[in-house]
Design a protein around this ligand. Structure first.
Ligand code: NAD
Length: 325
């Protein structure tokens, strides 16, 4: 047991969250995280129809009796997304926790709160965290520059962002971006967070429903193996470095304003999906974090969470306690 405001809020044993992972955070992975004492969030946009999300929620409920949640990311997309339909499904299916990301969930807050749903908003700056608190979010997941996916445009690393956010907010905060082991969990708690969020680390687990080729690529890569694409569109994404990424960066470096149409054939989520299903990591652009430098194996989710908690507890009980005498 590692008790924090986050474990209390979600009713879980350990302050470890698996946040939204496009195409990957489905019932297999999220239920495994919840069963292991953390909490998994399934990514709504993975399911093109709201009814497919409904089926996945029911499937997940059949795989765990522990709390789990749904991620709703409000970022630009190549296809139209019917957010209200996803929200209706979450409410109808009795979902208790929603992780929002990408843009303020303000317009949906009243509906979510009246349905008794707790909202954790993932953002990348203190000003957005303060706004989330102001509009009634129950917690904030603060995403440092190390993170996979969209780190925002301020480039502030977790080491700075987490304590500044902890100082500024009254509601619980979760440290996200760069976390993958017990040392990171202790570090996050020391910086004032109430828990950690992990994405890339959970992709390299047995239960993650992706091809083993991708998992092995994450093990083989290191902390220098990411690049930032779409900076020219102010929609920066940290991704695994490959040849497609170099092509995107080449287009973005050319004179003149880059338009999404110029790079859409390369950054499309459909290619990322093919990478996840087929394991050929040269096939598309997909999110991955600097935490790859800390990923050396593909354990089960339970092995991973047990190891993180046991290492964290050992550091707190022995190394740190002994240090103060
Ligand atoms: P997609 O195929 O719709 O789009 C591919 C990429 O292009 C995404 O990064 C998207 O944000 C970007 N994009 C699309 N239209 C854009 C525009 N008009 N201007 C600027 N950028 C644009 O994406 P998908 O794979 O189907 O994913 C669905 C959503 O989930 C997207 O919004 C994506 O950004 C988001 N996502 C978030 C994370 C994360 O780290 N939070 C990771 C993966 C995907």
């Amino acid at each position: 047991m590692l008790k924090t405001r986050i474990t209390e809020m979600f009713g879980i044993d350990y302050p470890v969250i698996q946040g939204g992972l496009m195409w990957i955070a489905r019932a297999e992975l999220s239920s495994a995280v919840s069963n292991a004492g953390g909490i998994g969030f399934m990514t709504a946009l993975t399911f093109t129809e709201a009814d497919a999300l409904r089926a996945e929620i029911r499937k997940c409920r059949g795989m765990t009796d522990k709390p789990f949640g749904i991620n709703l990311t409000f970022l630009p997309t190549l296809r139209a997304v019917d957010y209200p339909a996803y929200i209706d499904v979450c409410i109808e299916e009795g979902v208790k926790f929603i992780e929002t990301a990408g843009r303020s969930p303000e317009q949906y807050m009243e509906q979510l709160k009246s349905a008794g749903i707790k909202v954790i908003h993932k953002c990348t700056s203190v000003r957005h965290a303060l706004k989330a608190q102001k509009i009634g979010c129950d917690a904030v997941s603060i995403d440092g520059f190390e993170c996979a996916g969209h780190p925002g445009e301020d480039d502030v690393t977790s080491l700075i962002l987490v304590p500044i956010t902890a100082d500024a907010l009254d509601i619980p905060i979760v440290a996200s971006g760069g976390f993958g082991d017990g040392r990171g969990l202790v570090g996050a708690l020391g910086l004032g967070a109430d828990g950690i969020n992990m994405g890339t680390r959970f992709v390299a687990t047995k239960e993650a429903p992706v091809h083993d080729g991708l998992k092995q690529a994450l093990v083989g890569a290191d902390e220098r193996s990411t690049r930032l694409v779409m900076r020219s569109l102010r929609n920066t994404e940290r991704v695994l470095h490959n040849e497609v990424v170099d092509k995107v960066l080449e287009i973005e470096a050319q004179e003149g304003d880059t338009k999404i149409e110029d790079i859409a054939p390369y950054v499309s989520g459909q290619l990322a999906r093919a990478v996840f299903e087929e394991g050929d990591v040269e096939k598309g652009v997909f999110s991955a974090g600097q935490v790859m430098g800390l990923i050396h194996d593909v354990p089960t989710v339970k092995e991973l969470i047990d190891r993180i908690v046991s290492d964290a507890t050992d550091i707190i009980r022995n190394k740190l306690a002994n240090a103060v005498g």
